[in-house]
Design a protein around this ligand. Sequence first.
Ligand code: FRU
Length: 469
Amino acid sequence: MRPLALVLLAAVACGAATIRDEPYRPQFHFSPERNWTNDPCGLIYSKGEYHLFFQFNPEGDQWGHMTWGHAVSPDSVHWNEVSPAIPEANGVMIFTGSSVQDGKRIASIYTGHRGPQGGQPGRQNQNLAFSEDGRTWTKFEGNPVLDIGEEDFRDPKVFWHEPTRRWVMVVMLPKQYKAQFYASSDLKKWTHLSDFGPEGATTGIWECPDFYEVPVDGNRKNTRWVLKIGINPGHVSGGSGEQYFVGRFDGTRFVNDNPKDTILWTDYGRDCYCEFSFANAPRDRAPVAVGWMSNWQYAGKTPTAPWRGQFTIPRRLSLETTPSGIRLVQTPAAALASLRGPRTSKLSDLKDAYEIALTADAGKRFSMSLPGGELIYEPASRQISFDRTRGNVDVDARFPSRTAAQLDIAAGQPLTLRIFVDRSSVEVFADGGRVTMTNLVYPTEAHAPALTSGAAVKVEAWALRSIWR
Ligand code: FRU
């Protein structure tokens, strides 16, 4: 190899090594190399590639100058950050939205946000940008494509509705607790169809909808639609978090299957917001979604540099019939298995980044200490909780917390847990993914996970390889 090539190779290798070794830098969760990110948006699978866009500040590590950052992946697990796709321009920030495959091109639909100026209120409206090559985007010259004169009107989720052969948009009126539905034949002219809400939890504001159809219990002849909505603040575990509705959609109107006051939470931790699914996934596959792992209560204060913000692992979404009705089930996407090193049953072998799958007796107390927190199961209440009151908790007064969730384990069934631990997060999938709990952690010391009470009937664990090359 020529000396210059060697130098370049060393520089590239060193760059990756430094990034990978930054304190609290996620090893297998996506995080931007530098600067601020919040919501994942515009997720799409197109021409063999997964595209992840994200609310990004190209100028710093606090929220601002919102732009769609961009990363691509062959498998939804290994990400390569590329140039930002849609930049802020002329005082209009590029807020959250979605993408669709429109023939050979990707069409991205985003909220244009203009803040209040000179005594005039701000304005949010819906806009289009196109990409032929999956790397560069051109804003549509006829923007905005949907403007109803509102200051708060955002986060369009657009999809192709095959039975009515048209595009449908779900978009939020955050302060009215309403999801509005619109239709279009060309993505450019939109007609109002219906409104959903207020229903369920109506605290804070509503934002970041996702909307998808899934088979119930794997039966393609019996499907339901899931309408997922972000709430900020007012989540059951504090601050920002998300609820979902299960119902039917006839192409015009979404009707909730459950009574209006039923509240269903997608996740019981503090740090899963704006979970959003990949559009255009192969037809036979369940939707896969990624969320922002943070909370608006302290997102700007997390102790990381030169980056701030990271995403959950990709999660497969499905619906299952339970005694209380049809409920969302989230399981780690199968593609994550490619990160696994050799299997072990010794927890003491694990450090930094790993996955644990375990089964325990649901009639006995069980607890496990993890870097930055403790996971506890109480048999009498059938509750799991995650305690992160220790570790580096000075982030914010509201950061130390204990989040809890009720499990509905059937009689005679064991407790099952899948736990994904990275350098600054713990994601728990309990009882086959019927309950998930996502929390950031900032451990002050490295230690292997260890049982602190009870016993596991079966443990399988894997070190997970870093996605940084
Ligand atoms: C949710 C959100 C969205 C908005 C974006 C702006 O976290 O407030 O409603 O589009 O962030 O960055």
